[in-house]
Write a protein that binds this ligand. Structure first.
Ligand code: PEP
Length: 249
């Protein structure tokens, strides 16, 4: 049985004060909830406040990106050792917004993944097709290609902490959700590619989250699919009541 992971991606929202208020309201709503793992990924500037606010709870704090070098002349970047010393445990890698607006490629996803895994962070690696690819019947090929390149030269042993998020790009922030069946089909493709790359034992344990307009009113149907091992939630995670309702679907 794979324990589900319910992860919040705050994107570029909230100040430290808003972060403190969020945890004040959110933590009592999920107190004692141990059925699922809960992760909140705020912007870097809120990380210290989030960690301080979540201390003593079971909520883990992640970030939305990491550079592959430990340090160096890389203006504007943040490294794994910097995150680890704050108490960050998770990192989203290869989100479609990074691929779309910031030049992220399958190759840089691979570099970031290797670094995250080597440093002990738990990566949540995002894959997913754009609408044109789905309409052209290319979804399976795209997912397989993204997995092959993202996981290139990473052994099953090294990848132990890996989490994958299937995020159809046409469903992110659009209010359009993949049907539970359609999401489960895509998850099965990713899992079968994970069998090829890492072997059956690893793939059987791999958590594959769904992301794309998950809301309190569709979370239960999505999470009821055996193939779906949790959710990566953007917009609906910004409100503590809404994210708590999703976590407790
Ligand atoms: C996301 O940012 O990963 C996401 C899935 O966003 P939303 O839930 O708003 O579609």
């Amino acid at each position: 049985m794979r324990k589900k992971v319910m992860a919040a991606n705050w994107k570029m929202y909230k100040t430290p004060d808003e972060t403190r208020d969020y945890f004040r309201d959110f933590l009592p709503l999920v107190a004692g909830h141990d059925r699922d793992e809960i992760v909140v990924c705020p912007p870097y500037t809120d990380v210290a406040t989030a960690i301080e606010s979540a201390r003593g709870s079971s909520v883990a704090i992640g970030v939305q990106n990491v550079h592959w070098k430990a340090d160096g002349a890389y203006t504007g970047e943040i490294s794994a050792p910097m995150l680890l010393c704050l108490g960050v445990t998770h990192v989203i890698i290869g989100h479609s917004e990074r691929r779309q607006y910031f030049g992220e490629t399958d190759d840089t996803v691979n570099l970031r993944l290797k670094t995250a895994l080597e440093s002990g962070l738990t990566p949540i690696c995002c894959v997913g097709e754009v609408l044109q690819e789905r309409e052209a019947g290319l979804t399976d090929d795209v997912l397989r290609r993204q997995c092959v390149r993202a996981f290139h030269a990473i052994s099953a042993k090294k990848a132990a902490k890996l989490i994958v998020a299937y995020e159809p790009v046409w469903a992110i922030g659009t209010g359009k959700t993949a049907t539970p069946e359609l999401a489960a089909e895509a998850h099965a493709v990713i899992r079968s590619e994970a069998v090829e790359i890492f072997g059956e034992d690893f793939a059987g344990q791999l958590r594959i989250l769904y992301g794309g307009s998950v809301k309190p009113d569709n979370a239960k149907a999505l999470m009821s699919q055996e193939e779906i091992d949790g959710a990566l939630v953007g917009g609906a995670s910004l409100d503590p009541k809404s994210f708590a309702a999703i976590v407790k679907y």
